[in-house]
Design a protein around this ligand. Structure first.
Ligand code: M6R
Length: 594
């Protein structure tokens, strides 16, 4: 899972690619590289580390066409030699995806005399191109593709061709045109400052870009056409707007994310469509899938939907779902949740559910993403581009979209209640962001050896999300678990060096969570509490090292409100510990590999 970019017909390809790679860096930051066509030869610079490491190396590089890559390592550790582009003979390539049959291809190619310089799966691609090239670029590309199993978005330079070739199979790739130049990139924002018009490559497309023109064919070589449209405005906002990090900027964008998601739900007439669907299809079960944060919002929605619809509703991580025999069938409503819409496990889970006969809804922040092509219906999340690897505003947008979805499936009256609740969330979230934070809480976290998060009912998925957020940006170990489970094992880990954060947004159930707090305090563990106004059981506040109050609100929006202090806690803790909250180690924003 990496970011790739290509350009042709620009003044200085290296400069354009470098800028584009900065925009794509959130997709992986283990190494980066650029190849540029200079006259009849290809010049390559690649380095371990972040894109910035290329700056010196590309000085003086000229040439009007080139390709670039920013890597999240899968096969082979981060190093200069494993960095892309991979070059051989007349070719240089960048790849996003996984070549599943690389080992057998590598053995075959080595037998024929090919010399490999990296431990990557991707390098086989460039050797295949060399093997099949007899002066006909299209033929070499098509023969190469035919040999590959797995997933791939590719950009290819050939020293006999003055432009580049781009290929898409199961990994995203977008092409753009403007000012006489042609571009390709893994995502829209990387093209926003460059192209005027863009088109998302369809599955199984090859694009040939040269002399300001672009033509397309399928994997059998038959010509196909694509429609270009202007770069969407949402792809253009990349500035930090005075915030020190994207994470805090994006937390501050939560009110707008919730508001815009509700507006899009209305504009696309989702409520009526869902109600009609529920009436017509008489679903017997609902299954929700996602990964990481998206799984947590799916789990929150499962709690909400089951209570509303009185149907079996389950949420599962997509990576588990796709390899299990399940009861999903024609009477199942399957809801796939993904910010990027390109998480491989979630897209494949949606595909699996669809082939089992389920009706598939995609809840996504990216309207042109892979998952939208699989789904029968798309419920939009309008959080705007999320750059920080840690998901924040997209989680809140997902909860809003999912609450509206669950209510709309029930019927118009329930939908009106949910819509009113979501409408109120904008102001509530703004209030929480502005006021509900304590620096003491972040200091308590930063000085703890481990931090646990507990909650019951609707607060349990929020506890999971609080824990994931803190772990991924601060690297402090811990976990989230249901408050009732504490005494069944994890209590063995509690001592004076640990902190447990309890989430309580419902009075009755809060009393149960409070008994878990008692048990932790009796073992010397520190406790912090996130509590909805008026829900605190007697004596809880006094027990806590920190106590953060959030406004009590409707169950439809409670998970998106109570998560905010946890997101802020994770952010501030990361900053105190000197971590980079936007680009945590070992992570990348879009996980387009299994
Ligand atoms: O793009 P997606 O929503 O499908 O991504 C799923 C997860 O990879 C993502 O939520 C991940 O867990 C985030 N880093 C969490 O902050």
């Amino acid at each position: 899972m990496c970011g790739i970019i290509a350009c042709s017909g620009v003044k200085c390809a290296a400069k354009v690619l470098y800028r584009g790679l900065e925009d794509l860096e959130y997709r992986g930051y283990d190494s980066a590289g650029i190849s540029v066509l200079e006259g009849d030869s290809i010049v390559t610079v690649k380095r371990k580390g972040r894109v910035g490491e290329l700056k010196k190396g590309i000085e003086g590089m000229c040439g009007t066409a080139g390709i670039g890559h920013t890597r999240w390592a899968t096969h082979g550790k981060p190093s200069d030699s494993n960095a892309h582009p991979h070059a051989c003979g007349k070719f240089s390539i960048v790849h996003n995806g996984i070549i599943e049959n690389y080992a057998e291809l590598k053995a075959e190619l080595m037998k024929e005399g090919a010399v490999f310089f990296s431990a990557t799966d991707s390098e086989v691609i460039v050797h295949l191109l060399c093997k099949y090239y007899r002066g006909d670029l299209k033929e070499a590309v098509l023969c190469t593709i035919e040999r590959l199993k797995g997933s791939f978005a590719l950009c290819i330079l050939c020293s006999d061709y003055k432009g580049f070739v781009a290929v898409r199979y199961r990994n995203p790739l977008i092409v753009g045109m403007g000012g006489g130049a042609v571009y390709a990139a893994s995502d829209m924002p990387a093209l926003a400052g460059l192209a005027e018009n863009v088109a998302v490559l369809k599955e199984g497309t090859v694009a040939f870009a040269v002399d300001g023109e672009i033509s397309f064919c399928d994997f059998a070589g038959r010509p196909i056409s694509l429609t270009f449209s202007p770069v969407p405005a949402s792809a253009r906002s990349r500035s930090l707007c005075g915030f020190p990090h994207y994470m805090i900027k994006e937390i501050n964008e939560i009110p707008a994310a919730v508001k815009n998601t509700a507006a899009a739900f209305e504009e696309t007439d989702c409520a009526a469509k869902l109600f009609r669907l529920a009436k017509k299809s008489a679903f017997t079960q609902i299954m929700l899938c996602g990964c990481g944060t998206a799984y947590h919002s799916a789990l929150s929605a499962a709690y909400m939907a089951e209570e509303l619809l009185l149907l079996p509703v389950r949420a599962e991580t997509a990576g588990e779902f796709r390899y299990r025999k399940t009861s999903v069938n024609r009477s199942t409503l399957f809801i796939a949740v993904s910010q990027s819409g390109e998480t491989a496990d979630t897209v494949e889970a949606a595909r699996a559910a669809k082939s089992a006969g389920a009706y598939v809804i995609a809840v996504t922040n990216v309207p042109y993403s892979a998952i939208t092509a699989v789904a029968d219906m798309v419920v939009p999340v309008c959080a705007g581009t999320e750059i920080c690897v840690a998901a924040t505003k997209s989680y809140c947008g997902q909860i809003a979209a999912l609450a509206l979805t669950a209510a709309a499936l029930k019927g118009p009256a329930e939908y009106r209640r949910a819509a009113a609740a979501v409408k109120s969330a904008e102001a509530i979230c703004a209030k929480v962001i502005a006021g509900c934070f304590s620096e003491d809480a972040a200091r308590a976290c930063a000085s703890s050896a481990a931090v646990y998060f507990i909650g019951r009912g609707a607060d349990y998925p929020v506890a999971l999300e609080g824990s994931l957020k803190l772990r991924e940006v601060s690297y402090i170990p811990g976990e989230g678990y249901p408050a009732g489970e504490l005494k069944h094992g994890t209590i063995a880990l509690i001592d004076g060096g640990t902190l447990t954060v309890a989430v309580i947004t419902e009075k009755k159930i809060g009393e149960k969570t409070a008994s878990a707090v008692e048990q932790i305090c009796s073992r010397g563990g520190g406790v912090g509490v996130i509590c909805a106004d008026g829900c605190a059981p007697a004596g809880l506040k006094e027990r806590a090292e920190f106590f953060i109050e959030v406004p009590a609100c409707h169950k439809f929006i409670s998970p998106l409100v109570s998560v905010i202090p946890l997101q802020l806690l994770a952010y501030r803790t990361a900053v105190i510990l000197g971590r980079d909250p936007d680009k945590p180690r070992n992570l990348a924003k879009s996980v387009t590999v299994e």
